[in-house]
Design a protein around this ligand. Structure first.
Ligand code: DSN
Length: 401
């Protein structure tokens, strides 16, 4: 690289990534092959449209890459082309979720999603996101005692509010989501069921977390969290689900979603990114990835149990996924999430501060920290290493200033 300023900064970031313990629950370390595809000549190519239906010439190899990515996405999650459609062009998770709402929910319609402080995502209809400005969020939360979703309360709320779409998914909910119950609730109020599996897609691929595909109408996911691919997103939709257009023609959800992604929200797809997605999907279909996904959960479980033993309050009492939410504030007996995150960074442990259910502080200085095991598991860490990490975290959080 001739640009020495950027070269030095990239080298420094690479060194930083290697030198820290990375517990950011939404990050991971991609393979060299994924990096190679991202840095390839595919970035030079414009490919507006979809395979075999493009607006520019020169698409012989580009079409093959997108076709292969679609094929691999369906195969990884055990889906057939007859039953499911997949769009692989969304640039990341937020535009993917936006494309679904744009396709399937009338403006001003209701989207039911988990509120941010209970573990939901901005794009599940929060006011500060476009998804909460164009549509109205019906927020749901967790039970204050168990800190798990209360499906009976959720059902009552859904029947009362009659949302057009329900989002099941999270960024900070450590437990398993019961997709069957979500299906029953969606059916009880006539809503579309969308699952945002961004956080746990890699765990589903590795058969370490329940698959939502049996129950969902639409499934969105980013590729760069537990799935260990590039920054990108996939949108799956059932071919037997349809919606009429203005002329009374019936279009499948997939046809609506494709139109919403391009030309609705985006121009040319990032083909270097799509090729990198294809590589990650192939990697995730291997037996070693299954072992990886199971280890991710064992490591998170160890982290939660050890921290609990050391006296920290773990939101919902533990974890069934790759993430652990720790209440470090503990009603004023501990320290704030920001202070915890800052102190940990000083010793090379990278986490993010996070709100917890029933948050009494602010989003900028909340009561919790969110820890994830996906990145460090990629680097080969096992339960014994996570026990040591828990001990180090405890020592740092308890140290006098
Ligand atoms: N920023 C991601 C996360 O950390 O969960 C979600 O967009």
């Amino acid at each position: 690289m001739k640009d020495t300023q950027i070269k030095t900064l990239i080298a420094s970031e690479k060194k930083r990534q290697k030198s820290v313990i990375n517990l950011i629950a939404s990050e991971n370390y991609v393979s060299k092959d994924v990096l190679e595809a991202l840095g390839s000549e595919l970035t030079n190519k414009y490919a507006e449209g979809y395979p075999h239906k493009r607006y520019y010439g020169g698409q012989t190899f580009i079409d093959k890459i997108e076709d292969l990515t679609i094929e691999r996405a369906l195969k990884l999650f055990g889906l057939t082309k007859k039953e499911w459609h997949v769009n692989v062009q969304a640039l990341s998770g937020s535009p993917a979720n936006l494309a679904v709402y744009l396709s399937l929910v009338p403006q001003g319609g209701k989207i039911m999603g988990m509120s941010l402080s209970h573990g939901g995502h901005l794009t599940h209809g929060q006011k500060v996101s476009i998804t909460g400005k164009v549509w109205a969020q019906v927020p749901f939360g967790v039970d204050p005692v168990t800190e798990k979703i209360d499906y009976d309360a959720l059902k009552k709320l859904a029947i009362k509010e009659k949302p057009a779409l329900i989002v099941a998914g999270f960024t900070a909910y450590p437990s398993i989501v019961d997709f069957k119950k979500f299906r029953e609730i969606a059916d009880a109020c006539g809503a579309i069921l969308m699952v945002d599996m961004s956080h746990f897609a890699g765990l589903v691929a590795g058969k370490a977390y329940p698959s939502p595909f049996k129950y969902a109408d639409v499934v969105t996911t980013t590729v760069h969290k537990t799935l260990r691919g590039p920054r990108a997103a996939l949108i799956f939709s059932r071919n037997n689900k349809t919606k009429l257009d203005a002329k009374g023609k019936s279009l499948t959800f997939g046809e609506w979603i494709d139109k919403a992604v391009f030309p609705g929200l985006q121009g040319g797809p990032h083909m270097n990114q799509i090729a990198a997605v294809a590589i990650a999907l192939k990697e995730a279909a291997t037996p070693s990835f299954r072992t990886y996904a199971k280890q991710v959960i064992k490591n998170a479980d160890t982290l939660a149990k050890e921290l609990k033993k050391l006296g920290w309050r773990i939101v919902s009492g533990g974890t069934e996924s790759h993430l652990v939410l720790v209440d470090v504030w503990m009603n004023g007996k501990g320290i704030s999430g920001t202070e915890a995150s800052d102190r940990l960074e000083k010793v090379g442990i990278i986490v993010n501060k996070n709100t917890i259910p029933g948050e009494t502080r602010t989003a900028f200085d909340p009561s919790g920290i969110r820890l994830g095991s996906a990145a460090e598991t990629t680097r080969g860490k096992k339960e014994k290493d996570f026990k040591k990490i828990a001990e180090k975290i405890d020592k740092v959080l308890r140290s006098k200033k």
